[in-house]
Design a protein. Structure first.
Lengths: 335, 204
């Protein structure tokens, strides 16, 4: 093709791509056109043409930078936030507090952290969802890389009478786990159970005769901090991460020790369901109801967790496209 | 997964327009919104950003009226096509009942089409479903640009690239002119409702 025609064609393409919002493609075409102009001394006003292309490329670069630098989850209007809650909170048939929690979670998933945190804060008054709400506040802080704020939040709750010691423990274990994963070292202050003089009197009145502690656990003096658990206690159903797939290290049989990956077909709280093809007999033989799976990996969109589980059901599918395959229910014990 | 209210005899399903950035997903919905006034059950909501790029999703609710004694409602969504909005795309895709994959016919977007289809496949897999199981229609968009002398891929080549294994019904389209848009949505609705009928037995 004649260089002049080539240049015309490239510039036309570049303009069209630019109008279509295909900025990198437009830039490429402008660059190619410039190269051809430079190699074609016969082109009239070549230098002026190059100057005009350079200006267009500068504009394109600016637009590309604007797009690249724009935050991927900016705060949207209240109406749009309401719509996000309505469409992505999974319905409101589950009861007021659970729906409210799911609504706030939906907001957080779409990066609407300020409003989500306000809504989670309100839910801290509700016993049934307090821990879930608190953990989600922590998650929001972690998502925005405000790690110190997450720690301060916990310390504020540690002095808040609404939280019981076991509830604080759950949040602390969760937060410490996240901090460890992020390599953030920060000690968390937590109040210890204190007993008032009044309580002591009651205790003295009601306490049974003193017995020698029977187990080493009983022998731990009450003023010592709670032992750090290796595995995080399971959160309530609502707080479970969505698990997309799992890795299971087979406990026995010819495939013993091998990590096998499965897609999760559905999940309800800490119970996940997998489908295993009937032809995978060596796998199926090792996975029966009651089989303990001590080495599992859980893959969620935001994290990979190690843990354990137990096979709670194994049934053969009787109809449909998966007829003959096996449906396996696994209850997650620890993550 | 669609919701079926047995008491009210009402079914609500979700159709998602998927595809690479700037391929014309929002344009499809805009055309449907303008053209099917009677069936539109509310405003079209777009959450877009710099340069009119979809940021979270577009949403368009439709009411198809009674089909086999059941009130059928459809929610149409688009996903953000830009690569960096991967987590949002996945959120929008959750519990999808039917899919339209909008592919860009421009030759320079060939690779982006394939990457987007792969992304769709992986996201569905992460929800425990398969691209082969969800009702899917392919739309090869921007065919009008051929008249302007812009290099486009042939339909055969696009079908070979994207649809060789899927063998989904495909339509040529120019969403900006509305060409192929009704055929695409009709086919997707037909397939989605048939699939739901099989699963939920609502038409019996």
């Amino acid at each position: 093709m004649d260089p002049k025609d080539q240049i015309i064609s490239l510039l036309k393409e570049a303009d069209l791509y630019q109008n279509q919002g295909l900025l990198n493609e437009a830039k490429e075409r402008f660059k190619k056109a410039t190269e051809i102009i430079k190699k074609s001394p016969d082109i009239k006003n070549g230098q002026a043409l190059i100057a005009s292309i350079v200006k267009k490329v500068v504009d394109l670069n600016q637009k590309i930078n604007q797009i690249n630098q724009a935050t991927s989850k900016p705060t949207v209007s209240d109406n749009k936030q309401n719509l996000i809650k309505k469409l992505f909170a999974g319905g409101d048939e589950k009861g007021d507090f659970t729906s409210a929690l799911e609504g706030a979670i939906a907001l957080a998933k779409f990066g609407q952290f300020d409003r989500a945190m306000k809504e989670f804060e309100q839910l801290l008054d509700v016993e049934a969802v307090r821990v879930a709400a608190a953990k989600n506040i922590v998650r929001c802080h972690l998502e925005t890389e405000a790690l110190e704020e997450a720690a301060l939040c916990f310390e504020k709750w540690a002095g808040d009478d609404r939280f019981s010691i076991p509830q604080l423990d759950k949040i602390r274990f969760f937060l410490e786990g996240r901090f460890r994963k992020l390599g953030f070292e920060r000690e968390l202050y937590q109040r210890e159970e204190t007993i008032s003089d009044e309580d002591m009197e009651t205790l003295e009145m009601e306490s049974p005769p003193t017995e020698t502690p029977q187990t080493s656990r009983d022998a731990v003096p009450s003023h010592e901090p709670a032992p750090v658990l290796e595995e995080m206690e399971l959160p309530e159903e609502d707080e479970f991460l969505d698990i997309n797939s799992v890795g299971i290290q087979l406990p026995s049989g010819p495939l013993k020790g091998r990590m096998v990956e499965f897609d999760v077909s559905f999940q309800t709280g800490n119970s996940i369901n997998l489908i295993i093809a009937s032809k995978e007999s060596s796998l199926l033989n090792e996975l029966s109801k009651g089989t303990k799976l001590t080495d599992m990996q859980f893959f969620s969109p935001i994290a990979i967790l190690n843990g354990s589980g137990v096979v709670t059901a194994k049934t053969q599918i009787k109809s449909g496209p998966k007829e003959g395959d096996y449906s396996l229910d696994i209850t997650i014990l620890t993550t | 997964m669609a919701t079926f209210n047995f008491k009210k005899r009402e079914i609500e399903c979700k159709i998602v327009y998927y595809g690479p950035g700037r391929c014309g997903k929002t344009t499809n919905l805009e055309y449907i919104f303008k053209t099917y006034k009677k069936q539109i059950a509310g405003e079209m909501v777009s959450i877009d950003t710099e340069g009119d790029r979809t940021l979270f999703f577009d949403f368009l609710p439709m009411g198809l009226g009674k089909i086999k004694g059941c009130d059928v409602k459809v929610q149409l969504y688009t996903v953000p096509g830009q690569v960096q909005y991967s987590s949002t795309r996945k959120l929008v895709l959750k519990e999808v009942d039917g899919l339209v994959f909008v592919a860009d016919s421009l030759e320079v977007r060939r690779e982006k089409n394939m990457l987007s289809l792969k992304d769709l496949h992986e996201n569905l897999k992460s929800y425990g479903t398969s691209i082969f199981k969800v009702p899917l229609v392919m739309q090869y968009n921007k065919r009008d640009l051929e008249e302007e002398g812009i290099p486009l891929m042939s339909i055969e080549r696009m079908d070979q690239d994207l649809n060789r294994q899927l063998k989904a019904p495909h339509f040529s389209a120019s969403a900006i002119k509305g060409q192929g848009v009704p055929q695409t949505i009709m086919e997707c609705l037909k397939r989605t409702l048939l699939n739901l009928q099989k699963q939920l037995k609502w038409a019996k």
